[in-house]
Design a protein around this ligand. Structure first.
Ligand code: NI
Length: 165
């Protein structure tokens, strides 16, 4: 496995539409492995292939309940809404308020190209919407409720409390 360079906002590739994966290949499997390594290293909860410069409809996520790979994902049945801070590995040091559905369903293929169906709620629903947007060249500032804000740096006392938790 290898870390991949994460493209940042301003890079044209983040604005392009990704193509479906027709069959699993060694190259795509390696890309998925590298995407997980890169996501975990940078402490992200999700990463889409265009963020590492590959225009394929592949997403990896881990919202705290284990890894989920989505190939050619289709989001449906959005219900309710949630508003909260959202960030992106392609927009380091920034967050903005984004309103997303509270629940969504998602049909995709897994790494064996077998169909999977996910009923997602809360953070996972937010993450699926955010990552699938990347596959269509959409970044969260496009759909945010307000401006980008700097992530507040933690002062030392707060950091110590955080360490103790
Ligand atoms: Ni993102």
């Amino acid at each position: 496995m290898a870390l991949r360079n994460v493209r940042e906002m301003g890079d044209d590739i983040l604005r392009k539409k990704s193509k479906p994966v027709k069959q699993m290949t060694e190259r795509i499997q390696t890309m998925i492995d590298d995407m997980y390594e890169t996501m975990y290293e940078t402490q992200g909860v999700g990463l889409a292939a265009p963020q590492i410069g590959v225009l394929r409809r592949v997403v990896v996520m881990d919202c705290g309940e284990g890894p989920i790979t989505l190939i050619n994902p289709v989001v449906s049945n959005p219900q309710g809404e949630q508003t909260g801070d959202e960030g992106c590995l392609s927009i380091p040091g920034k967050v903005a308020k984004v309103t997303r559905p509270m629940t969504v369903e998602c049909d995709a293929l897994d790494e064996n190209m077998e169909p999977i169906h996910i009923e997602a709620e809360g953070l996972l629903a937010r993450c699926i919407c955010h990552e699938c947007d990347h596959l269509d060249g959409i970044l969260y500032p496009d759909v945010a409720d307000g401006p980008l804000m700097d992530v507040a740096p933690m002062d030392e006392d707060e950091y110590e409390e955080y360490e103790e938790e």
